[in-house]
Write a protein that binds this ligand. Structure first.
Ligand code: SAM
Length: 287
């Protein structure tokens, strides 16, 4: 005799849990095979905007079971999604890219974990990583700061907080604010190398690179259209002091200090190895 086991039709082979599913940032060809499988089989898909996700699912012939979700959605919605994810597969998508990256989902994932839900990643596109990967700026360390504040004062304070961070900085920005943002970055961080990624993965994709002042001037009178990522290289290394400057500092210090103390003071002030400065101080005193 044949044993027949019945499954809910759309959950076959997909374990219960909360699936965080990345979707394309402009090019539908970037959807992953696994994202399609999970979206097809999830009992429910929580999304930012049901029209946006409805269109995406329609394109791939997937029947929508959509629930609008924001982290500030009705308090009852999150527990309901979590209760469902304990027994069935539930997916979370955003309008585009990776959920939680400047998009809703943080509270849902945090609460789901606390409730013992199996939280699963279905990774894929994100504008941040797409931009970094083609900018030519250092990628070994980066800090993603999301959207800078729209008001100039708050934006400048936020930039000042980032000035000493030894990493590439990444921001999301809109066309109308781009030039002001780039000018504030130049004033707050110095004229560092930078890059602006526009309409990534879409027909008019471009990556424009250059120092912050050139990029700020480029869009000062003509804000670009489309979606943007702004990247700024790490702090520029301080220029090494010239030999004449070291001698001048040592001569001034030797007027009142011993060779040892003068060397220590100047080495600390100029960020130089103490032994090198000591040798030079000796030569100046006795030479
Ligand atoms: N979660 C998304 C991700 O993983 O990239 C980001 C969502 S955030 C609300 C949207 C912002 O991402 C846009 O305003 C823009 O700054 C940036 N962005 C999204 N798609 C982009 C693209 N194709 N090219 C450049 N920037 C993009």
């Amino acid at each position: 005799m044949h044993e027949s086991i019945s499954h809910p039709p759309d959950t076959i082979g997909l374990a219960a849990g909360l699936y965080i599913v990345a979707t394309p940032i402009g090019n539908l060809g970037d959807i992953s095979a696994r994202a399609l499988l999970v979206l097809e089989r999830a009992s429910r898909i929580a999304c930012e905007d049901t029209r946006v996700t409805g269109k995406l699912l329609h394109h791939f012939g997937i029947k929508a079971r959509l629930t609008p979700y924001h982290d500030h959605s009705a308090a009852s919605l999150r527990p309901a999604l979590i209760a469902q994810a304990l027994i069935e597969p539930v997916a979370l998508v955003s309008d585009a890219g990776t959920p939680l990256i400047s998009d809703p989902g943080y509270k849902l994932v945090a609460d789901a974990r606390a409730a013992g839900v199996n939280v699963v990643t279905v990774p894929g596109p994100s504008a941040l990583i797409a931009a970094l990967s083609i900018s030519g700026l250092p990628t070994d360390r980066f800090l993603f700061a999301g959207f800078l504040p729209a008001k100039a004062g708050a934006r400048r304070s936020a930039i000042a907080e980032l000035a000493a961070v030894p990493a590439t900085l990444a921001f999301y920005e809109s066309g109308p604010r781009l030039a002001a943002c780039l000018a504030d970055l130049r004033d707050g961080l110095g004229n560092r190398p930078a890059a602006v990624g526009r309409e990534l993965t879409k027909k008019f994709e471009e990556m424009v690179t250059g120092p912050l002042d050139i990029l700020a001037a480029r869009w000062a009178d003509a804000p670009p259209k489309g979606e943007l990522v702004v990247l700024v290289g790490p702090p520029l290394p301080a220029a090494a002091p010239e030999a004449d400057d070291i001698d001048a500092a040592l001569t001034a210090a030797l007027a009142s200090l011993s060779v040892k103390d003068a060397a220590r003071q100047v080495a600390e002030a100029l960020g130089l190895p103490r032994s090198d400065v000591y040798a030079r101080a000796l030569a100046l005193r006795h030479g």
